[in-house]
Write a protein that binds this ligand. Structure first.
Ligand SMILES: Nc1ncnc2c1ncn2[C@@H]1O[C@H](COP(=O)(O)OP(=O)(O)OP(=O)(O)O)[C@@H](O)[C@H]1O
Ligand SMILES: [Mg+2]
Length: 319
């Protein structure tokens, strides 16, 4: 007689029930993350041709993180940022930011989300500011739109001072350098005290010295206000100055680098970077292996799941 049923004969009903319960009671994916993207898919259709810009992307970002997102041109970085900014809606998957479900929001909730929960800074300096308003007026505008007209002038001053550009408060964008414009743009994005600040190549149009000043402004915002910040960048200097860099490849997260400062017995500080490959849904490694970290001579990290960020990078691993 042929055997029916696929369970091995030593699996009892109790064992199956125990496993099912354990699975149900486990906290959901990314329950403690501020940003949680779960198998995010975005398909664009133009003239009947489909482009899968995101192909099941997983990403968790904890509250208070300052992280960089890198990847080749066309890998899906801007697509992801537009979704996180609430400007675009994914085709499938799940995305949650600060408790807001990005797939389920109606028009009103989406507007509130864009005004209060996220702030963004674009690469094109001109896209970030209104040309006919002064720096201080640009920063005050989002607060005015939200109906907080009382403290707005004061807060605008504070933000400009924090970012080191208090003296240019009365100038219009065309009277500012590119780096000053981007720092005003950061102040605008921070005006309503968002949970998350998103920036898509914010230093892309600047030379490296100016880019550094702008990056310092992001760091300041992260340290002083505790704002969670995600920066898309091609700038190696930016990518190597943050504690966590996530790489996207073909619409998926492919690897990440975690950096920390270590002090040796002689009191010498050094930056240690480890690279982790992301596990795919089946528990195997992603299509490419682990790479060394350029510029740091860092050790190759253990595979995801064994490192300090277990539960972030390795959440998808087999139990
Ligand atoms: N609105 C759109 N309509 C059709 N295809 C799109 C659209 N936006 C993006 N794509 C396609 O989706 C893919 C991902 O694009 P995306 O802009 O996210 O890449 P990126 O990583 O930001 O690249 P870059 O570094 O050049 O800015 C590309 O193949 C792109 O052509
Ligand atoms: Mg882009």
């Amino acid at each position: 007689m042929t055997k029916t049923g696929t369970a091995p004969s030593d699996t009892t009903l109790e064992e199956l029930e125990r496993r099912a319960t354990a699975h149900r009671d486990r906290p959901s994916y990314g329950h403690d993350a501020l940003i949680a993207c779960d198998r995010l898919v975005r398909i664009f259709t133009t003239d009947g041709v489909e482009v899968q810009a995101l192909q099941g992307l997983d990403l968790l970002v904890k509250e208070g993180e300052l992280m960089a997102l890198v990847g080749a041109s066309g890998s899906g970085k801007s697509t992801l940022m537009n979704i996180l900014a609430g400007l675009d809606v994914p085709t499938a998957g799940a995305a949650r930011v600060a408790g807001c479900d990005l797939l389920g929001m109606d028009g009103k909730a989406r507007l509130r989300y864009r005004r209060e929960v996220v702030g963004f800074v674009w690469q094109q300096t001109a896209r970030n500011l209104l040309p006919y308003l002064t720096a201080a007026q640009n920063v005050a505008l989002p607060m005015q739109l939200r109906g907080r007209s009382k403290q707005k002038a004061e807060r605008a001053e504070e933000l400009l001072a924090m970012l080191g550009i208090a003296e240019i408060r009365d100038r219009r964008p065309h009277q500012l350098s590119g780096g000053q414009q981007q720092r005003v743009a950061i102040a605008v994005a921070l005006a309503n005290n968002p949970s998350v600040l998103l920036a898509d190549e914010p230093t892309g149009e600047l030379d490296s010295a100016t880019g550094e000043q702008v990056f310092a402004a992001f760091r300041r915002a992260n340290e002083e206000l505790g704002t969670t910040i995600v920066i898309v960048t091609h700038d190696q200097a930016v990518a190597s100055e943050v504690r966590r860099t996530v790489a996207i490849r073909d619409g998926r997260t492919s690897s990440e680098v975690l950096r920390r400062t270590e002090v040796d017995a002689q009191g010498q500080e050094s930056l240690v970077a480890r690279e982790y490959a992301m596990l795919d849904r089946a528990g195997g490694s992603s299509s490419r292996g682990v790479h060394g970290v350029p510029g740091h001579g860092a050790p190759r990290g253990p595979r995801t799941g064994a490192g300090p960020h277990r539960g972030v990078a390795g959440r998808r691993g087999r139990p």
